[in-house]
Design a protein around this ligand. Structure first.
Ligand code: NAD
Ligand code: ZN
Ligand code: ZN
Length: 398
């Protein structure tokens, strides 16, 4: 079968790999219909992880079940399923409490397991024609319909970015009437914007500097903030100050203290690349901006990935994965900060049902549908964020 494998820094290759055969009694084999490329894949692509050459990648996967082991009871051949990117056992201390992102039994070497990812266990990637699904009763989300129907683009986003964006909104305590600032209009930031709208936020600002992505922000009913037009924090403060009635509702003394927003989400994470037009101090600038824009007693949710070690990082601390947050200011403002990998299973049944009932169309952020042979080139363009590459789906029409 054809599969995308990591070859080295900035190099992916399409290789011939063995179809998964050996199968435990609790496992299943999935015939993949769609597998997406994720911003998280770029940490490996850009050479910031210890992923060995030749490893298959891809953790956003959906398709049709081909075979199941003897002990699998709830999933049958022919079922259409999406795979939450976290691989979990379902019975450990953390899984029981809903933290499938921190399953204690599926990866001997680290705190979490996933398909095709450095440090996340021995599981093969799903940017491939077939993938083995461990512990299939727990690790499949059943979805209705037929391959490549009107929902394919929506459902594939349930594997990761839609629940991850929603998780960012949960960590930031987004709720009805609240104001939200999101940094990053990649797929995760866009899904955080959609989720904030679903949760009833009154204002949703999304900061980026890529025109096509800012256009998608608008399509989702949120307010794009182009960081190239000036300090994004100042832009948000100015926009808020000019919303009719918003100032009038404040008491004397509140005005200067409530210029920012209630909820802030980091959907950027560690970015190694330097953008020549937008002189940002790499990711630390996002952290600084989040602290500047959050109101007292507000909440910050960090779903962008901060990864270490990165030998190419600009500072000795960043090399170790140490990024500064101004603790005194956060403490003074009584701001809470949450972060981590998304526990996909906690949300994706509800989010699936929003799609089925027509209340959410996350798939509108998909920019490209490609065949697997085009994957190496698509990685390059997605990494460089050129030609409108925003969310790329690798498809296997059979
Ligand atoms: P992405 O990496 O393309 O998105 C990042 C966006 O941030 C880009 O559009 C980029 O232009 C923008 N950006 C860069 N520097 C910026 C700055 N200083 N200010 C504002 N915007 C800036 O793709 P993505 O798939 O959206 O991934 C975003 C992050 O989320 C990555 O770090 C990824 O690893 C992470 N992620 C985390 C989880 C999780 O479970 N926590 C899951 C999926 C992805
Ligand atoms: Zn992903
Ligand atoms: Zn577990």
């Amino acid at each position: 079968m054809k599969a995308v494998v990591f070859e080295g820094k900035s190099r992916m290759r399409v290789a011939d790999e063995n179809k998964p055969e050996a199968m435990g009694s609790k496992d299943a084999v999935l015939r993949v219909t769609t597998s997406a490329i994720c911003g998280s894949d770029l940490h490996m692509y850009e050479g910031r992880t210890a992923l060995p050459a030749g490893q298959m990648v891809g953790h956003e996967i959906m398709g049709v079940i081909e075979r199941v082991g003897d002990a699998v009871t709830s999933i049958r051949p022919g079922d259409r399923v999406v795979l939450p990117f976290n691989i979990a056992c379902g019975y450990c201390y953390n899984c029981h409490r809903g933290y499938t992102n921190m399953c204690l039994t599926m990866n001997e070497e680290g705190p979490h397991a996933a398909y095709g990812y450095a440090g996340m266990g021995p599981y093969r990637g799903g940017q491939a024609e077939y993938v083995l699904v461990p512990n299939a009763d727990f690790n499949c989300l059943k979805v209705p319909g037929q391959p490549f129907d009107q929902w394919e683009d929506d459902f594939i986003l349930l594997a990761d970015v839609f629940p991850t964006g929603y998780f960012g909104a949960e960590l930031a305590h987004v709720g009805p009437g609240k104001s939200v600032a999101i940094f990053g209009a990649g797929p995760v930031g866009l899904m955080a914007a959609l989720s904030s709208r679903i949760k009833g936020a009154s204002e949703v600002y999304v900061v980026d500097f890529i025109p096509e992505r800012l256009e998608k922000v608008k399509e989702l009913g949120a307010t794009p903030i182009n960081a190239r037009d000036g300090d994004p924090v100042e832009q948000i403060v100015t926009l808020r100050a000019n919303i009719p009635g918003l100032q009038g509702r404040l008491r004397p003394g509140e005005k200067d203290k409530l210029k920012g927003v209630d909820c802030v989400i980091d959907a950027v994470g560690y970015q190694a690349r330097d953008d020549k037009d937008y002189a940002h101090e790499k990711s630390t600038q996002v952290l600084d901006n989040m602290v500047r824009i959050v109101n007292p007693a507000g909440h910050i949710g960090i779903v962008g990935v901060y990864i270490a070690p990165d030998p190419g990082a600009p500072t000795a601390q960043a090399k170790q994965g140490v990024f500064a947050l101004p603790m005194a200011e956060l403490f003074d403002k009584a701001v809470s900060v949450g972060m981590g990998q998304c526990p996909v299973k906690r949300y994706n049944e509800y989010l699936r049902d929003l799609i089925i009932t027509g209340h959410a169309r996350p798939g509108r952020i998909v920019s490209h549908h490609i065949r697997i042979d085009q994957a190496p080139e698509a990685y390059k363009k997605f990494d460089q964020r050129t030609d409108g590459y925003t969310k790329v789906l690798i498809q296997f029409p059979g």
